[in-house]
Write a protein that binds this ligand. Sequence first.
Ligand code: PMP
Length: 449
Amino acid sequence: MSANADFVRRDLAVLWHPCTQMKDHEWLPLIPIRRGQGVWLEDFEGKRYLDAISSWWVNLFGHANPRINAALAHQADELEHVILAGFSHKAVVELSERLVKLAPPGLTRCFYADNGSSAVEVALKMSFHYWRNLGRLRKTRFINLSNSYHGETLGALAVGDEPLYKKTYQPLLMDVITVPSPDCFERDSGESWEAHTRKMFAHMQQALAEYHEEVCAVILEPLVQCAGHFRMYHPVYLTLLREACDRYGVHLIADEIAVGFGRTGTLFACEQAGITPDFLLLSKGLTGGYLPLSVVLTHDKIYQAFYDDYTKLTAFLHSHSYTGNALGCRAALATLDIFRDDDVIARNRLLATHMQRATAALAEHPHVTEVRQHGMILAMELVQDKASRTPYPWQERRGLKVYQHALTRGVLLRPMGDVIYFMPPYVITPEEIRLLAEVAAEGIELATR
Ligand code: PMP
């Protein structure tokens, strides 16, 4: 038995993999990875795969990055973890100081959790609890966008809007007010992203006007709904939303778990609208893709609403065992050092241009209805009929064919349904981007025959 096959046999005997119909692995090979280096992953037989999706959008500066490795080794020798209630440590304080400096102005408090969904839960609870502490007991609901995604725990799932993940669990979920997404895929022909986005804001305006007395917060993914097939919109939506939330006394929760840390061309997507949300949620790239860690940044007004004598029982008594884990915080600090020292955002601008050029011809493909991009996120949407934008029946799993082809060519592309996307680590080279585009083009050709 080959090294890969032997390992896969052991895996399939004991593991239940995430987001997977396990029966698929009767015919779809599982890929065992022995090591990673930069943008490359290597299996047990030495075959290499270019990680075009940053291992679920987390990796920023490559696998086994020597700078992050060194920082982690040092931290492990000093302190791996300590309880964060009643105790503190160097890495978490340094990280919080730096995040407060880098985040949109006014976000002065960091509350840690250990994954993206947990950060969403924290923000929902904090917003709700803030209004309770102020005696606003009618405020119990949240507004979200159609096609949104905020994670898989029950609260996060409830404020998402992807039926594939949500429908089964609906009886367990809180009721939310869902407003149509400003998704620019839906714009009229000839209409600009900005005009469409502005037009779609009318729905949000209407929902806020109608429900603001009972709404705690609006939650959304700034600029790109990544898990929602990478649908995108113009930053003006965030500007309008900030104004409206202020006017109606509703919090704004910006879930930058996927789009934060340079993905959309700025360090944080909110910067493009010049706004400060009431809650900024970060995870994924926070540790450069090394360790599970998340943080909710908020401002002093929220913090002060919880700050009182213990017996008033206004404190935020939420916790996770690994809150503010020292190794995670150290990986995050090393990641921020790379941003500081390497002029990453400027280099990303060049890489984004390479991605755009390398895929420009694909926009003409008879089954590619759109190639869209926000910075280092580029997506191509396949359709059966381009004129009417009729999708392929989902049961045909066309995107999976692109995935399978890419693997034979040593590229890890993992289409979202029929949307093929690139979200690579920032250490990718222009030549590697050209390879991605070439392989994607071949895969699209094969999958749409
Ligand atoms: N919010 C957004 C926007 C995400 O993309 C994700 C993960 N894909 C999450 C929340 C959930 O994060 P996690 O998977 O770490 O729970």
